[in-house]
Design a binder for this molecule. Structure first.
Ligand code: PMP
Length: 402
């Protein structure tokens, strides 16, 4: 084969690092592996029948909607369904504020394009969702960590961090207030109001990333930052909300949405025109049919019950590990965040875990700065109850091997 020329890459892509979580995928092919690693919905809980019916209706009743290009903002039918979904979640949004995105991941990418320049600094929870860190870094933007605890973003710490900084120093704060990836934490009401007050005082926007909020299996719902912004003086217009059907219907649809103030939404639409013109209209119409038929409302309780059972099983099993492992019990979502005690490093435990045929994600991937070497993330979403028991027995052996 001929020798390849030397390619000249954009600076951010000269030596990029890929997703640390994707690196773990190679272990998944190890026979008999039990994975607590990915945030993957369990195949057994996909609403195959509801989606098959929605697909059939989409193509029969709206073949042109499915097969033709669509408006960049999304199919009107889907936008209306998502507007109604947001209303059920307690947020009144105008259609003009809502656009469909190709997963909520694209929403984040569009916002970075539209709102940030290289050298900007963005506040993120510490730890946070790795793809956000990656997207910021590839855009030349510096993520700046804010402390978190078992209840999510520590607004007191944020207030201290912001004291002395001039307003506007940080353009944005990115957070996952409901059942965060990776911590599983849910931000209490008082902290939500405090965060909105800080956004007003220090002149920054908040990206509220909410793919997991509907997966609450314990405790009472807390209103979104989007819904609360009008209660805090100066905070209205400071929240951009991202959500997705990935975790509640199917990631394969690649249907997410953004609710943003109109000037931001309009610019994101223009940015999206050069990315994919529109989210697959076929997938959008299937999603719209699925929502219009009330299938999500019917299926969600099943899903939530499934997650509750899995979370309880995993928490009970982890409690049996005793002092070796400390964690906070989540009230929803897919993740348990914990720390090995006694100076045990998550990377050392990982090596032993792979040898025992069980996977988790060492905490390192979730830090933009100095990682906590003892932290790790476990997901209870994908394995069934028997596999959770087996996987935890293997984890116990991995601890013992250390
Ligand atoms: N945000 C968070 C916090 C996530 O965990 C994920 C998926 N793991 C996403 C966004 C992206 O989801 P999607 O693009 O599938 O909607």
């Amino acid at each position: 084969m001929a020798e390849l020329p030397t390619y000249r890459f954009a600076p951010a892509f000269e030596a990029p690092t890929g997703s640390a979580i994707r690196e773990l995928f190679k272990y998944l092919s190890q026979p008999g592996m039990i994975s607590f690693a990915g945030g993957y919905p369990p195949p057994a809980l996909f609403d195959r029948q509801g989606l098959a019916e929605a697909s059939e209706r989409a193509l029969r009743e709206a073949p042109v909607d499915c097969l033709q290009y669509a408006a960049t903002e999304g199919l009107p039918m889907l936008r209306e369904q998502l507007q109604a979904l947001m209303q059920r979640r307690g947020a009144e949004v105008a259609l003009d504020e809502l656009m469909v995105t190709t997963g909520s991941q694209q929403g984040l990418d569009l916002l970075i394009k539209v709102l940030l320049s290289p050298g900007d600094r963005v506040l993120v929870e510490r730890p946070t969702y790795p793809a956000t860190l990656q997207a910021l870094r590839l855009a030349g933007v510096q993520p700046v960590g804010v402390a978190t605890d078992g209840e999510g973003l520590a607004t007191d710490a944020l207030r201290e961090q912001l004291a002395g900084e001039r307003p506007g120093r940080f353009r944005l704060l990115y957070c996952v207030p409901n059942f965060a990836n990776p911590t599983g934490a849910c931000l209490p009401m008082t902290r939500r109001l405090e965060l909105l007050a800080l956004a007003a005082e220090h002149d920054f926007l908040i990206i509220e990333d909410d793919p997991y909020g509907a997966l609450r299996f314990a405790g009472d719902p807390v209103p979104s930052l989007l819904a609360l912004q009008h209660q805090v003086p100066g905070a209205a217009g400071r929240v951009v909300h991202l959500s997705s059907l990935s975790k509640i219907v199917a990631p394969g649809l690649r249907v997410g949405w953004m609710v943003a103030p109109v000037p931001v939404r309009q610019r994101c639409t223009i940015a999206k025109q050069t990315v994919d013109l529109c989210t697959s209209p076929w997938a959008q119409r299937i999603a719209a049919e699925y929502l219009a038929a009330g299938s999500l409302e019917r299926h969600l309780p099943l899903l939530v019950a499934g997650y509750r059972a899995k979370a309880e099983r995993m928490l009970a099993g982890l409690a049996r590990l005793g002092r070796q492992f400390e964690m906070t019990a989540p009230q929803g979502g897919m993740f348990i965040w914990g720390r090995c005690s006694g100076g045990v490093q998550a990377s050392a435990l990982f090596t032993q875990a792979v040898a025992q045929n069980v996977l988790f994600v060492p905490g390192q991937a979730f830090f933009g700065d100095e990682p906590d070497p003892q932290a790790l993330r476990l997901s209870f979403a994908a394995p069934d109850l028997a596999a959770i028991d087996d996987g935890l027995a293997r984890l116990q052996r991995a601890f013992e091997a250390l």
